[in-house]
Ligand binder design. Structure first.
Ligand code: GLP
Length: 263
């Protein structure tokens, strides 16, 4: 795992966007995995800016999102389809037909989940999956107890996740208690994983996920198994990392990071 600590959340968001833009520029027919959440909003704003400035082209990019609430229509303002259209897809030159999220209204949930994994496989797999982390250590909606081998499925959300996300709903109790999520195994199949973690409220779970033992109780800890994971944090989220100084030393001195060192 490569761990990069940026001074501010703005620095971390910009670096994340730049790494994604560089990866797309190196392979225009890019298969991009995406995430939602407050953490990603500025990343998508920066990618939109880079696209509008002609610095990255989404015309051949295909995307798959991590998750979607079961039972929500795409037009619902808390659906992740709505979030993605608003924060990224409407602002860049991606072909909307090439953007994929599970269909929250699908009648046969198991078939929909299987179809989602198949669509990724048929495309040849995800080149890079951008992920965040929830307070319960989840990636996507893979709450504690989810198998590292899990594939896309509908998950019943635990209390931490329900409390974390219901504030966005009006009324809060209208938040669906179940959601589609790419499985931990689905994410681990991506060629590269880029995780962004910002803010003081994520410091404890970031340290547990990155430096603690791998456990299904923290689905993000499964990224320790992935051969090409880059984790970008701001100082606030990195506060509890034991190897903080070492990660900084590596980023400042290892030539493999040269192009990003003074970003
Ligand atoms: C939701 C999403 C996750 C995301 C998490 C963190 O639960 N399903 O994919 O990582 O929220 O959100 P935030 O960035 O708002 O802290």
């Amino acid at each position: 795992m490569d761990v990069i600590i940026c001074k501010t959340s703005a620095d971390a968001e910009k670096l994340t966007a730049r790494m994604i833009a560089d990866a797309i520029n190196a392979k225009p027919e890019f298969k991009l995995g995406l995430a939602t959440g407050a953490t990603m909003e500025n990343v998508y704003a920066e990618l939109s800016r880079l696209n509008q400035a002609g610095e990255v082209d989404f015309s051949q990019v295909r995307s798959w999102n991590l998750d979607e609430y079961a039972g929500l229509a795409p037009e619902h303002d808390q659906s992740y389809r709505y979030y993605m259209n608003k924060h990224l897809f409407n602002n860049v030159n991606i072909d909307i037909r090439n953007t994929h999220l599970p269909d929250g209204l699908a009648e046969d949930e198991e078939a929909e989940a299987a179809r989602y994994d198949e669509s990724i496989d048929e495309a040849g797999g995800i080149d890079l999956w951008l992920v965040g982390i929830g307070k319960s250590g989840h990636v996507g909606f893979n709450d504690p107890g989810t198998s590292f081998a899990s594939r896309t499925h509908v998950a019943y959300l635990n209390n931490t996740t329900y409390e974390q996300n219901k504030i966005y709903f009006n009324p809060p109790e209208s938040m669906p208690r179940r959601a589609y999520t790419a499985g931990v195994g689905t994410v681990l199949d991506a060629k590269k994983v880029l995780q962004l973690i910002t803010g003081e409220r994520k410091a404890a779970i970031a340290a547990a996920a990155i430096e603690g033992p791998m456990t299904a109780m923290i689905s993000s800890s499964a990224l320790q198994l992935h051969p090409d994971t880059v984790i970008i944090l701001d100082e606030a989220a990195a506060a509890d990392l034991k190897l903080k100084d070492f990660y900084k030393e590596v980023f400042e001195n290892d030539p493999k990071w040269a192009k990003y060192q003074n970003a």
